[in-house]
Design a protein around this ligand. Sequence first.
Ligand SMILES: Nc1ncnc2c1ncn2[C@@H]1O[C@H](COP(=O)(O)OP(=O)(O)OP(=O)(O)O)[C@@H](O)[C@H]1O
Ligand SMILES: [Mg+2]
Length: 283
Amino acid sequence: MSPKKRTQDPAKVIVIENQKGGVGKTTIAYHLSCYLAEQGYKTLAIDLDGQGNLSSRFLDRSKRVGGCRSVHLFNDTTPDLKPLDTPDGVDLIYSIDRDVELFNVERMDFDKALINFNENLDPMLDAYDYIVMDTPPAHGNKMSAASITSNYIFVPVEMAAFAVTGVESVLETLAEIQRYVSDRLQVTGVICNRLRPVNSHTEALAELNAAGVNILTARLGTNGAVDDALRDGVPVWKNKRTGAQRETAKSMVSLMQEICGYVGAKIQPPPAKAVAKKSGVTK
Ligand SMILES: Nc1ncnc2c1ncn2[C@@H]1O[C@H](COP(=O)(O)OP(=O)(O)OP(=O)(O)O)[C@@H](O)[C@H]1O
Ligand SMILES: [Mg+2]
């Protein structure tokens, strides 16, 4: 069950975007939504990618019926449809797999798509603490609509790509995103994914820093535990059987905590039992 709304303020909208494919957008959007819900925030995840990857992490295809689909947010009038409940405690506005209608949003008039999305999102702002949007790997109406409604934008980048394209590609990505968002918004931070302790990655990080890019301190390595969790349908911190899984859990939680710092989400202290155990206090 999803938590109750904690604050009276309108929801804060967090968008995960990069027009490059396979950089970790969906992985981060999924974990962030689950983490915020676990911290007691009423959280809505919106899957704006017609591949339906984020939706399938929350709900099997057979359970994605009825309720509000993300394509509805682009309609002139939205029927009174509710987001779906998920076992992770996150509410979901979903995409079906290969959602042709959602792909076709790219053919809509730009202004109309943005106005409709903004209007349809409005009631959700009163109902949630946080709204996390996963976006498709392409510039267009959906990425623009998400960006324009956002309070925070995080851009995951794949460090391995630097070996081929260099850091200019990240700087170009950020510049392109900036052209798409309104003046009031800047990219909040870049998230380094699949970082390895090799010279090319270390040098690329230094170059990005030198270019004034705000890079989050917490980074993710390449780890099979990310796909283990995908297979098991849980966030990585729920899989702690192996050392590699525990390590991955630790780095993902550090990343989530850092993002929470940016978006003003308070992290709950660990349960009293764990604290007592840690400090050697026994009953
Ligand atoms: N740090 C990581 N270590 C290992 N595997 C990872 C890592 N990050 C992401 N992956 C895996 O890489 C694949 C692509 O990640 P993801 O789907 O999150 O990227 P994306 O940017 O959303 O892709 P798309 O642009 O196609 O939507 C997934 O199988 C995911 O589980
Ligand atoms: Mg994705």
